[in-house]
Design a protein around this ligand. Structure first.
Ligand code: GLN
Length: 514
């Protein structure tokens, strides 16, 4: 299919995935590529427009990240953001240097000139700035279209050459009219029509999967998480019972989650696929006996998962395709797409499992951001409860229990977590808090209940807000809600006599509690 596309050229800035997400919110498909990408390759992709991102370098320094000058001569509209704007000016003959006053945070920008970029944008508009360098003089041919008290060139354009530069970050939500500006760029300047829609994506994906698979057999490991569920339903709709889903219940899922997965995908669910649930709880508890070190627990759970899946796969025999729930941030963060400063190896990308006998891999969500996966899930008719599930680590409750994992402790944390989630939802906070869950500490202490001495475990409640999952702030939950959770947990969960609230942000803490 010939879908229109915007390219985001990544110079290593921290908001680069956000740029792509905002563009896609305007219904225009967008992909991230490193600044090292060949000009020829860029030309071949026939993008409708190119966006250069921010980045940590100073463009006038030796060895700074740069693109080819010819990028500005392709006849394709280019929008430079922050570093991208500075680089454009620097390469085309303007002057960029250290700013006498660095700008950081929300700053009022004054729009001086009419520009397609600022159509329907207020003359004075709040924008997010984060720079030490500035454009002292725009390159010849450009006209200045916006400024701030400390920044003479907050935006510039060269209309005939379709080159646009802005010093601030439209992709950050603090820039109140940022999405409007990006939408102006892709529609008014690049001439996009906006053909990126989830309903069409889902329909096309199902059709092309059906063509690709033909009469082949497909195997999918289901975890109960959002990504694997959406991938599985897409495959089920495309090839029906040529698909086999193996769901390994490691006994470390949230309360009732195993049954919920079975309800949707099992024999009484609405899809005609082959569903195999492996109840491997005891096996995992056995392996985890006496193990306290969190990294070791993660390793054991990961390896055991593979072993169980492998055994099932052997019973099924050779298949043609294996499904993986890779999503776009996995691709970018593995260094295949962009130029992220933090490049992590990702279990989903690259390393193919050699324990399953298959010919090809299918990654139906490879192009999607998480919020798009959810939208695709809703299009596919997957229950909301499943689609909006909170992020949950692969090792599950195994790493929300400090110290040794036992069946009794799993029950405690499951019960406490279910109560916590229920109370949060009751007051409507489930839509505003990023992530929240209960964990079980390894601490026992003395209490008194019904005039009797207790010596029981302490549950810890965690709730954080995060935009990027790299940093997080503790959420402020009304005290009355916390008190109600405390009350219920102590009354209803046997073996627990204390409830604590974790105030730690990330860093120095992590989001999980292990
Ligand atoms: N490093 C450049 C500066 O300090 C660009 C910063 C950015 O892109 N956010 O001005």
């Amino acid at each position: 299919m010939n879908r229109e596309k915007i390219l985001v050229i990544d110079f290593g800035g921290q908001y680069n995935q956000l740029v792509a997400r905002r563009v896609r919110e305007c219904n225009v498909y967008c992909e991230i590529y490193s600044y090292k990408t060949d000009l020829e390759q860029i030309r071949e992709m026939k993008p409708k427009g190119i966006i250069l991102t921010g980045g940590p370098n100073s463009c006038y320094e030796e060895g700074a990240a740069a693109c080819k000058r010819e990028l500005f001569e392709l006849g394709i509209p280019v929008l430079g953001l922050c570093y991208g704007a500075q680089l454009m000016m620097h390469m085309l003959g303007g002057h960029v240097c250290k700013a006498p006053v660095r700008e950081y945070g929300k700053i009022e920008v004054t729009v001086d000139q009419n520009s397609k970029l600022f159509e329907s944008v207020s003359k004075k508009t709040i924008c997010w700035m984060s720079h030490n360098d500035y454009i002292e003089a725009a390159a010849p041919g450009f006209e200045i279209i916006a400024h701030t008290p400390d920044c003479p060139v907050a935006a510039a354009q060269w209309v005939e050459r379709q080159l646009y530069a802005i010093q601030f970050h439209p992709e950050v939500l603090h820039t109140t009219e940022g999405t409007k500006m990006l939408s102006n760029f892709v529609y008014e300047i690049c001439g996009c029509v906006g053909d990126w829609r989830m309903d069409a994506f889902v329909e096309n994906s199902i059709r092309s999967i059906r063509e690709r698979v033909g009469g082949g057999r497909v195997l999918c490991a289901l975890s109960g998480g959002v990504d694997s569920s959406v991938a599985a339903v897409m495959l089920a709709k495309a090839v029906g019972n040529q698909l086999t889903c193996v769901f390994v219940d490691h006994g470390l899922l949230r309360k009732n989650e195993g049954d919920e997965v079975e309800e949707v995908f099992g024999p009484n669910g609405s899809y005609k696929l082959n569903f195999i649930r492996v109840n491997a709880q005891e096996r995992f508890y056995e392996k985890l006996k006496g193990v306290e070190e969190p990294e070791q627990k993660r390793k054991i759970i990961g390896e055991e998962f593979i072993r169980v899946f492998e055994e099932e796969a052997k019973k099924i025999g050779a298949v043609d395709f294996l499904v993986q729930g890779t999503i776009y941030p996995d691709v970018v963060e593995s260094g295949l797409g962009g130029e992220s400063a933090v490049i992590k190896s990702h279990h989903n990308v690259g390393g193919l499992p050699d324990y399953v006998n298959f010919k090809e891999i299918i990654e139906p969500l490879r192009d999607l951001f998480k919020d798009e996966v959810r939208k695709a899930g809703l299009e596919l008719g997957i229950p909301k409860k499943l689609v909006y599930r909170q992020p949950f680590p692969g090792p599950g409750l195994g790493i929300r229990i400090v110290g040794e994992v036992t069946a009794a402790k799993v029950r405690m944390v499951q019960e406490a977590d279910a109560i916590y989630r229920e109370e949060i939802a009751k007051v409507g906070l489930d839509k505003s808090i990023g992530q929240y869950f209960a964990a079980l500490t390894n601490m026992r202490s003395v209490g008194v209940m019904g005039d009797e001495r207790t010596y029981d475990y302490a549950v810890v409640l965690r709730a954080v807000n995060t935009i990027d999952f790299m940093t997080a702030e503790t959420a402020e939950i009304p005290f009355a809600v916390l008190a109600r959770v405390m009350n219920r947990v102590i009354n209803e969960v046997k073996g627990v006599n204390r409830v604590l609230y974790d105030l730690t942000s990330k860093p120095p803490g992590t989001i999980e509690f292990e």
